[in-house]
Design a protein around this ligand. Structure first.
Ligand SMILES: [Zn+2]
Length: 777
């Protein structure tokens, strides 16, 4: 992770310093330029003309010259302004900073379903407009057809085996990665993200570098719903527009990342968007385009459009039945790997330009940083596409792809792909080779006919992995297996043929196990199970997942889904324990161990549950929820100090975690350590002043210290925030009684008694009655 930048730093790179100081001098040396308005206009003038030197130079030499010449007068004015006030010539590149950046990711969006990519039935007016004013990259590819790995690549400019995130859910982008957001934050940008799906929630590490990262935490509840939690496009767009409004009030540049999830299955576009379309998927895309349009309009309305670079791309495509795949994640065909990439930068890039040739999602961050005049990311494998834009030529850039989902989810082999020189090789147990010029649909496998091409591409693929930057200290399940788990995996045949340690990417190079394409029926059943779970048709989901478990007992996902379904439907706890255990052994993740521990608790096996919780909290990546669950279990058996430690670790992991913050305070109260309780509750009140429980905690801690008078206002605040909670009234009663204010105490206790009785909590009601009786005596 890069060092945290100082909050006050403006554009602090060396190159921008000269611009800002020059501006200061421009104002000082020109008497009439004293008004704030004039200053703003001057700033904008400089910013408008931040043409990147590579684009200017390349374009003026090449075919883009007529387009670019239109901008020349402004360039000259800006350059003259700089020269005039600085007193010595400075190249224009010194001014190439300061534009805002809006990066939009359309989840699950195939390029060939959009207007700018020639889809006749497309209804994508916003993207059509953007394409006209910007640059369209005709063939851009994701390195993985899976949301979190692909977004991690988008943000870091590296392939999944370098940034370390190989799948959703069980991986977390490690802090040692440097992201686009961190680079921009470091350069003085205000940064914000609005993401629409649970799989990108902050606990998975993509929040690095964002001052503000809004995800689906607020809409998450049960585990089943939590993992499919998403935000509709309109709510994402509303929030994004609100961020733009805030940004427009401040002169510092901003980076806003917006993620739409609507095109992802299930396809259920709202209202009119669901009718009159060839496929509901098109309706979702049309709906999403309308939301993108709203954001772009807001950009104009707020006067930000002329100084904002807009980039639109996607994390992956969608199978839509091609190659026996309805959705995405398993196979590496263009149906799921090809994504749109459109970059618009008014005054900086020519409009309507189309760049042929292969480009990669890992090139996006390097390109955007280059465009903004900032240094490239240190470890990026992707490269800036600016020169390609000015030359308009294709490129022989090879493109890497992978999916480890078949391995982690189903116990089949992982897949890798290598696209180079018009050919595509898929490194699978049964290798595949496609001639993309003649067979863009990848339908005729030429691997047996052309063994030399297979050997050449395979060796290039191997070199790409061998020569890549070393992965960071990864935070994921496979790299950190303990010996015991590793032995279990080997016993299961999981890594049986691997003589080298499984931590080594090179050892993971060759395919291992069954080829996923030999199991398309199982994969379709598995996809259907996920669909039924999303539709909350638990009965049908359970029946199907049982079939899947018997078809493929090595599928961790099948075992985990069966166990979760049993738990949520009140099925056999013992059976759930068996399947959670099997899933955790096949592919150990913190979530799976935590789910097993909770099932063991329900089954009355407390000691075993504690042992398994210990595993859940030591199998990275660990989420705050695992620490909280472990803490609660420890508290239940009276191990209060251990519980407090786990709550603290939960807070360390996620400082916004309410259960961890309140749990720590409550534990300190039980331990009768009021000073520590007070500190815990006070800090929570600071973070969430609207939460009654924080105020009640502060009051109760003060009561425990014997400070009844000081406690009373806090307890009253709790009553005001939660008037229907008997505990808040009881708190006021106890404090008022201790203070000697018996009338107030009696009234509060009476109200607490009413509320408690209405909840049917007779044990507690008796206690309150006894207290009232004592006060009367
Ligand atoms: Zn996705």
């Amino acid at each position: 992770m890069v060092e945290a930048p100082s909050a006050q730093s403006s554009l602090s790179t060396a190159s921008s310093a000269s611009v800002t100081s020059c501006l200061g001098r421009a104002i000082a040396c020109t008497p009439i330029q004293t008004s704030r308005l004039r200053y703003t206009k001057t700033t904008r003038l400089i910013r408008q003309t931040n043409l990147h030197p590579a684009v200017v130079a390349g374009s003026l030499k090449g075919e883009d010259a007529p387009v670019m010449r239109a901008f020349l007068p402004v360039v000259v004015i800006s350059a003259m302004l700089i020269l005039a006030c600085s007193g010595h010539p400075e190249p224009l590149s010194e001014a190439a900073t300061g534009a805002n950046l809006l990066l939009i990711s359309l989840d699950t969006t195939r390029a060939d379903r959009l207007g700018p990519y020639g889809y006749a039935a497309a209804e994508t007016p916003a993207l059509d407009r953007l394409a006209k004013s910007g640059v369209v990259f005709e063939r851009c590819f994701s390195p993985a057809p899976i949301t979190l790995p692909a977004h991690s690549s988008l943000m870091t400019g590296t392939d999944p085996f370098v940034h370390g995130v190989r799948d959703n859910g069980s991986f977390r982008l490690h802090e040692s990665n440097v992201t686009l957001a961190e680079a921009l934050q470091q350069a003085g940008y205000r940064t914000a993200a609005e993401v629409a799906a649970f799989v990108l929630n902050r606990e998975f590490g993509l929040d690095q570098g964002f001052d503000r990262y809004e995800d689906t935490s607020a809409v998450a509840d049960t585990v089943l719903n939590r993992t499919s939690a998403s935000r509709r496009g309109d709510s994402v767009a509303d929030a994004a527009i609100e961020r733009l409004r805030e940004f427009s009030a401040d002169a510092r540049p901003f980076f806003l990342f917006v993620h739409f999830f609507d095109p992802h299955a299930p396809y259920d576009p709202p209202g009119d968007w669901s009718t009159n379309r060839a496929h509901p998927y098109d309706g979702e895309i049309a709906y999403t385009d309308a939301q993108v349009g709203r954001i772009l309009k807001a950009l104009e309305r707020l006067g930000l459009a002329e100084n904002t670079v807009v980039a639109v791309t996607a994390d992956h495509g969608e199978g839509l039945g091609e190659h026996d795949e309805d959705t995405h994640t398993v196979f590496l065909y263009d149906s799921t790997l090809r994504v749109p990439l459109i970059i618009s930068a008014p005054g900086r890039l020519p409009g309507g330009l189309r760049v042929p040739g292969d480009t990669r999602l890992i090139d996006v961050a390097p390109t955007l940083l280059d465009l903004l005049g900032l240094d490239p990311l240190e470890r990026a494998q992707g490269t800036s596409l600016l020169a390609r834009m000015s030359r308009r030529e294709g490129s022989a850039t090879p493109v890497y792809g992978e999916s480890f989902y078949p391995r982690f989810g189903y116990g089949y082999s992982q897949l890798r792909s290598w696209r180079h020189g018009g050919l595509k090789y898929i490194h699978a147990p049964t290798p595949e080779l496609y001639d993309l010029q003649r067979d863009p649909g990848e339908t005729v496998n030429l691997a047996e006919e052309r063994p030399q091409d297979v050997a050449r591409l395979r060796s290039e693929l191997f070199s790409w992995i061998l020569d890549a930057p070393r992965p960071p200290d990864s935070d994921h399940a496979i790299r950190v297996l303990d010996d015991e788990s590793r032995a279990k995996l080997r016993a299961l045949g999981y890594a049986a043929n691997s003589a080298q340690p499984i931590t080594d990417e090179v050892a993971l190079f060759d395919p291992e196990g069954d080829d996923p394409k030999d199991h398309v029926i199982d994969l379709r059943i598995a996809a259907r199970v996920l669909g039924l779970i999303r539709e909350e048709d638990w009965g049908a989901a359970e029946a199907l997942v049982r079939r899947l478990v018997s078809l493929n007992p090595k599928s961790a996902i099948a075992h985990s889904n069966l166990a979760t379904l049993l738990t949520n439907r009140g099925g056999s706890v013992e059976e759930a324990v068996v399947h959670f255990e099997r899933a955790a052994e096949l592919v150990p993740t913190s979530d799976r161990w935590a789910a097993l521990a909770a099932a063991l608790e329900r089954n009355g096996e407390r000691e075993r549950a504690l042992n398994v919780y210990a595993r859940a909290t030591s199998t990275p990546p660990v989420f705050a929820s695992a620490h909280v669950a472990f803490a609660r279990a420890l508290r239940d058996v009276g191990r209060l100090e251990d519980a407090a430690k786990q709550y603290s670790l939960g807070i360390e992991r996620d400082s916004d975690n309410r259960d961890a913050r309140l749990g720590l305070g409550r534990t300190r109260l039980i331990q009768r350590r009021p000073d520590e309780a007070l500190a815990a509750f006070r800090s929570w009140v600071g973070a969430a002043p609207e939460d009654a429980e924080g105020h009640r905690g502060v009051g109760e801690a003060m009561l425990q210290k014997g400070e009844a008078a000081a406690a009373l206002p806090h307890l009253r605040a709790a009553v005001e925030l939660a008037p229907d909670n008997p505990a808040t009234h009881l708190g006021v009663c106890v404090a008022a009684e201790a203070k000697g204010d018996l009338a107030v105490a009696r009234a509060a206790c009476s109200r607490a008694l009413e509320l408690t009785s209405s909840l049917g909590d007779e044990r507690r009601a008796q206690g309150i009655r006894a207290r009232l009786q004592r006060m009367r005596e």
